[in-house]
Structures are given as C-alpha cells and as structure tokens.
Design a protein. Structure first.
Length: 364
C-alpha cells in the first residue's frame, strides 16, 4: 500500500480493470501504482485467484506464475521482481512448494509481510507418501509375462531415459519435508483462505472485505460438499486414478480415492521416469483394473500416452487434462480455483462411469 500521487483518469480505469482481472502472471498497472490499496503478490495461480475472490476491489493482486505454468521450477523475470519489490503482502503456498522463493525475494528487495498459507494444515509428510518412488516390482514380472514390448516402445523408453538428467536422481528424490499440493482438497483451501483474509485485515483494517470473504468461504464449503457427494456415487474400490505426477495425495486422503500410481514417480513435475518404472506402472494399472490415465495441464502428455497405450487404457488429455499444478487460461473452465476443481472432479467421476451431481447455485 505505497502512497503515490493521485492517478489520472486513464490510470484509474486501468487500475479498476486490473482489480477484477483473472490470473495472468503479469501486472496490468505499474508496480507501486495501486494508490491506497494493498498490493498483494501470490506465488501460484490458485492462491492469486483465491485472494482476488476474498478481497474484491479492496486490494490489487498479482500472480507470479502464469496460467498453465508449474510452480516447482519458476525462473522469475523483471516483471515478477518488480511486483515483489512494491508488494505489501506476499501470499505463498508454503509446505516446500516454492523452492525458488528465497532467492527471488532477496533479488527483488521485498520488505513486506509473507503470508504462509500452509500453517494450520494437516500436511502429508513426503516420506509417508506411498507414490513417491513407489515400487511396483511385485507386478512388473506379471506385466512382462503378459506381453513383450515391441521395438517402438523400447525406443520410446530409451529416448525418455536419454532426456533425463543423468546426474539427477529422478525417482523418489527429495523435494522437501511435505507434499505441497494442498489445494487438491478444498477443505485445505478454506483454511488457506481464512489465513489470507486475516492477514489482509491485519495489514489494512480499513479494507472492506468482510462480505466478499464470507461469500467466498461459503462457496468453498459448497465445493467441498459437492465434490464429496459426486465422488461418493462411485464404490470405493472403483475410485482409482493414475496421474502424471504425484499431485493428488490430499484428494486421495480426503475423498477415499486410490492413486494407483503416477507417470512421474515424484512430487516434482520436472522429474523423469525410468523404463523400469514405466513397466512397473503399466503392470500396476493392469493388475488393479484401472481404466484411465489422466494427463495434467502443465505437463507434456506424451509419456502418459505411452503408458496408457501399453496398458490398454484410455488417456484423458487436452480439454480433459486435469488442472493439477496450475489453473488454466483466464476465460477457460479451469481459469479459477473453483472452476478447476469442478473440472477435475467432473472429469474423474465421468471416467469412472458416473455423472457428477448438479452444481449448487453458488457454484454454477
């Protein structure tokens, strides 16, 4: 909330439009030109959207990440550093997601308040995650007994191994103490939203956000109830999914969904996968009767397609890809946090052979 000279008419219009803009990863006005409103920077597209919904027009919110961009490997440019330099609040996911954060804050000269939204959450310890470096060896021999891989598949495996960094331990390597993908459970996001609301109120007691915050928190509660009711239509032993990387652990825990395995056996979407892991995951898919492999919007679906083809199951990609680590474009179905969760739930439930329940009026 840096105090600057009054804006002209053009600046006022630009500022008004910026306040209601969706996540872009860019600033729509010059840093430091938000007048007497708080300037808030959020690290991820999800947090930026949640913060905008909470504060309405009472603050100006910038997302460091663009739609469809991974939060695991972010290289901040001048725009991101400028946004941070003038920010009053920095809203972060925490839980080890933003490994690039310390150096970015230092480079920007940010001297505001950091709001870590992972406080108060029941985090999943990384070492307890069953999918991080998951060993599917019990099923691997069965897969090889069923059918031998053709030459094209072998070449694809070799090519993928060649792309991997030989100096990096891709399978099961350490990305932090906790699984940071907390947003796949909307109950976690409700807690995060309360943390953001309280931080904004503390930073600017005059900010009129009570009504917008209350309304959004109620929508998050409705989202949680709708997701649960839609998923519970499917018998528990049929709620099986395979995703591109290990991002749905909190959904698994909250909604009794079984993540059979992941294309990349890691919490980090920049990791790689060995030919052995691919073979083992194919065997796991066949052994469990899993029907679908889901690609993710921020990751190339090629390897997921290879695994689905080998396992003889469907690949959901393109418009049916899950919005996992990032929201989609502003005007798309996945352009908001709530929209992305509705999309993901609908896509998963439909793949299980059911139909998602009608949306309540608050979410429609």
């Amino acid at each position: 909330m840096r105090m600057l000279p009054a804006l002209g008419a053009v600046g006022a219009v630009t500022l008004a439009l910026a306040g209601c803009a969706g996540p872009t990863g860019q600033q729509d006005v010059e840093p430091g030109s938000a007048g007497d409103r708080l300037e808030i920077v959020a690290t991820t597209t999800q947090l930026a959207d949640v913060t905008r919904e909470l504060v309405g027009d009472a603050a100006y919110v910038t997302s460091l990440l663009r739609p469809g961009a991974s939060a695991h490997a972010f290289d901040p440019g001048p725009t991101a550093l400028a946004a941070l330099a003038s920010a009053d609040l920095l809203v972060i996911n925490g839980a080890g997601l933003e490994g690039w954060l310390d150096s970015t804050v230092e480079a920007s000269g940010f001297d505001g308040t950091t709001v870590d939204t992972s406080g108060g959450l029941d985090l999943i310890a990384a070492e307890d995650d069953p999918h991080e470096g998951h060993d599917h060896a019990d099923h691997a021999d069965a897969a090889h007994d069923e059918a031998a891989h053709d030459d094209e598949t072998a070449e694809e495996h070799a090519a993928h191994d060649d792309e991997a960094d030989p100096g990096h331990d891709h399978e099961g390597h350490d990305h932090g103490e906790f699984d940071p993908h907390v947003w796949t459970d909307p109950a976690n996001v409700l807690v995060q939203a309360e943390t953001i609301r309280d931080a904004v109120t503390a930073a600017d007691p005059d900010a009129d956000i009570a009504a917008s915050a209350e309304a959004y928190l109620a929508r998050l509660a409705d989202l949680d109830a709708w997701m649960r009711a839609s998923i519970e239509q499917v018998p528990t032993d049929e709620r099986r999914i395979v995703t591109t990387h290990d991002t749905f652990g909190y959904l698994e825990r909250a909604f009794d969904v079984q993540v059979v395995g992941t294309v990349l056996p890691s919490l980090d979407d920049s990791a790689g996968a060995s030919a052995a892991h691919i073979d083992e995951l194919v065997a796991e898919i066949r052994a469990t009767g899993t029907r679908v492999v889901f690609s993710e919007n921020a990751i190339d679906p090629q390897l997921a397609g290879t695994i689905a083809r080998e396992a003889g199951v469907e690949l959901r990609q393109g418009a049916d890809a899950l919005a996992a680590d990032a929201l989609g474009p502003e005007d798309s179905d996945t352009g908001t946090y709530i929209g992305a969760q509705i999309h993901n739930t609908s896509t998963i439930v439909t793949a299980w052979g059911a139909e998602p329940l009608p949306l309540p009026e608050s979410l429609a």
